[in-house]
Design a protein around this ligand. Sequence first.
Ligand code: AHG
Ligand code: MN
Ligand code: MN
Ligand code: MN
Length: 335
Amino acid sequence: MRRVSLTQYLVEQQREHGMIPAQLRLLIEVVARACKRIAIAVNKGALGDVLGTAGSENVQGEVQKKLDIISNEVLIEANEWGGHLAAMASEEMDSIHVVPNRYPQGEYMLLFDPLDGSSNIDVNVSIGTIFSVLRKVGHTRGVSEDDFLQPGKHQAAAGYCIYGPQTMLVLTVGNGVVAFTLDRETGSWVLTQPEIRIPEDTKEFAINMSNMRHWAPPMRRYVDECLAGKTGPRGKDFNMRWVASMVTDVHRILMRGGIFMYPWDEREPDKPGKLRLLYEANPMAFLVEQAGGAATNGRERILDVVPAKLHERVSVMLGSRNEVERVTEYHRNVE
Ligand code: AHG
Ligand code: MN
Ligand code: MN
Ligand code: MN
């Protein structure tokens, strides 16, 4: 396959489809460069001052890891001067970060989970960065939190970087899903998968089984049927995977199919689930749908959900279309 860099891919996509205006191309290239810097910090491990906790708590009530903060700062500093962004929002920041007046404002807004899978940082298991791009609404310089409360179907782009055995950038601008692998010798992102598709069926499910006794009956029914195997109602044996880094579980599903679920849990009945809508579920749902999969909250498309709050949580079922439709049907039937 001819060697295509990220920049060449973005230029050719703009030439052929007109879906990557100059500011969006700059945004994607800047985020990709920031992810390279995060990868360098991640790969230092104990040799750099990047492991362990930072001693602070984020707006989610989570103890922040040093890498949560380092990666958040790398993304803020890389993006605020370019003139492509009006504001940013992050899992690690209470409220939005508006581009300072000393810089020109752009047409886009960037949201990110700067370090996903934080519980895996200190045990050397793959982690990642998730990002979502919205268009700025309105044309005044002022940007408010409400401007971010757009349904995921309005995203202009979404992607993630996975810091694993390979460092890979997976991206969609609404015209399918592509993957780039970081060539460490040249420092460039090289196109390695030009058209990622998720198989409609699967024998592999991903869920944190230790929470089973706290799930609603439809989720219990779906997983029990998977566990019943060949002699059960599904007529086939299933395998289970749970890495506890959403990026890694979703990457596996994009590569070979599967279903990922983080459902409602009776321990926190007023929360629909653990994962955050705007910078975890929405970007992953956009990628999964663009690769031919499905993503729901048990009732509706995740991309149709209109957020009420910046750090809103949501129940997530995503991956191979036929499995997501089945588990969603079980949830709809009990309402
Ligand atoms: P983050 O590290 O950004 O807070 O996200 C962690 C999320 C997600 O990556 C993963 O799928 C899930 O938490 C794992 O939750 P459990 O530890 O409860 O399994
Ligand atoms: Mn977190
Ligand atoms: Mn996360
Ligand atoms: Mn995170």
